[in-house]
Design a protein around this ligand. Structure first.
Ligand code: SAH
Length: 378
């Protein structure tokens, strides 16, 4: 397989005459593809055909694209490429979950997880190499941040999964490594390709973006996309959320909650999925459940309680299952749909918050201290 991304430096084209970098077609949406072909002096429908070859049929060799005229194929070979990252490790878990470690063109690694269920197949996709947000209970945070993924590298994860599984996944969640809304310009076209009829045809209701709550980006997202929204809440008040999800200091709950409400406004099918990691003695008391009920009053909500997945070096502990259940029942009694997320793939470190890849350069971020478990709050 090729292993070139759109980010690579100038390369000689195959003619050896030009140093124009080749465009990686993998990350181009239908409109991008049409304008790329227009720039080549070709008809737009050839661009749509190439898009279909790549994503629907998994074909990355221009010569195998039989309905593309030979002259155009030769031009494409000079000006374009289809760079797919290499799967450097396939790790199956005991429960059917599979983790793929992908090696990117610059040697960085990211992780993609496949989660089969009875009636659906979900791919959990990464959006960045590492993460800059520093959530105290997440192991990706401990790896620091290196860079954003390109649109090609994001959709490549769906491309590879489709080839590995023999069909497109039914669901995609942007819940892997990274904060998707901190990589807005690459995540949005990648999500468009997931939904594209000429590509994976995944319904907008089955593409979910998960965010720690970057409010201005969330407002922008509402204008350009219509995918499902999951928000990493984890605490019902600012004081506790400031500690667990530090971006809360910049965009506190009184900004986040109205922005989420606005995102789903006007569509009665939509609910916000609130992710709430259950940390023993930190955020899992009845008092926290009551505060959460008050916070979500009037917001179309579904709460996903996530048992904390431990990783080396963390001081947090998983809440006992009984306490999670008491918390859940409390929410249910208040009329809030609440489920406990089944932990999947934890034996291969593929569960939420366990994805680490290998971040090569951590120098852009301070080294992480081990979190101190906070006293329970009333
Ligand atoms: N940055 C995005 C998406 C990545 S994480 C976000 O914050 O939403 C997907 C979910 O896993 C988030 O809700 C995250 O808070 C949660 N998570 C992180 N570390 C975890 C851990 N150790 N155990 C359980 N869930 C965790």
């Amino acid at each position: 397989l090729l292993s070139r991304g759109r980010v690579r430096a100038h390369t000689l084209s195959e003619s050896g005459m030009s140093d124009t970098p080749k465009t990686n077609l993998l990350g181009l949406t239908r409109t991008d593809m049409e304008s790329f072909f227009a720039d080549l002096g070709a008809k737009a429908f050839h661009g749509r055909n190439v898009l279909k070859w790549i994503h629907k049929h998994g074909v990355v060799d221009f010569d195998a694209m039989t309905d593309v005229p030979q002259k155009l194929r030769d031009l494409l070979k000079q000006r374009a490429e289809i760079g797919i990252p290499k799967i450097s490790l396939t790790q199956p878990a005991g429960d059917g979950t599979t983790k793929w470690v992908l090696e990117l063109e610059d040697g960085q690694h990211i992780e993609t997880v496949y989660i089969p269920e009875e009636n659906r197949s979900t791919i959990c996709v990464s959006s960045q190499v590492g993460c800059a947000l520093d959530c105290s209970f997440c192991s990706t945070a401990q790896q620091g941040f290196n860079r954003n993924l390109t649109a090609a590298e994001i959709i490549a994860q769906v491309w590879l999964a489709t080839r590995e599984l023999g069909r497109p996944p039914t669901n995609v969640v942007l819940m892997g490594m990274g904060e998707p809304l901190a990589n807005f310009d690459n995540v949005v076209p990648a999500m468009e390709l997931m939904q594209e009829d000429l590509a994976y045809m995944i319904s907008k209701l089955r593409v979910t973006i998960s965010t720690s709550g970057i409010v201005p980006a969330l407002n922008r997202l509402a204008e350009v996309a219509d995918v499902s929204l999951a928000v990493s809440l984890h605490a019902p008040d600012n004081a506790l959320r400031d500690e667990l999800v530090p971006i809360n200091r910049k965009y506190p709950l009184e900004q986040l909650i109205p922005a989420c409400k606005a995102y789903v406004a006007g569509d009665r099918r939509r609910k916000i999925t609130w992710e709430y990691v259950m940390l023993d003695g930190v955020n899992d008391s009845i008092a926290h459940a009551k505060a959460l009920i008050r916070l979500l009053e009037g917001v179309p909500s579904k709460v996903n309680l996530i048992p904390f997945n431990v990783f080396p070096g963390t001081a947090y502990k998983t809440s006992p299952a009984e306490r999670v259940e008491v918390f859940r029942q409390r929410l249910k009694r208040a009329g809030i749909m609440a489920m406990t997320r089944k932990t999947r793939g934890d034996d291969i470190d593929a569960a939420c918050g366990q994805l680490v890849g290998k971040v090569r350069d951590r120098s852009r971020r301070h080294l992480k201290r081990i979190p101190v478990v906070q006293e329970m709050r009333p």
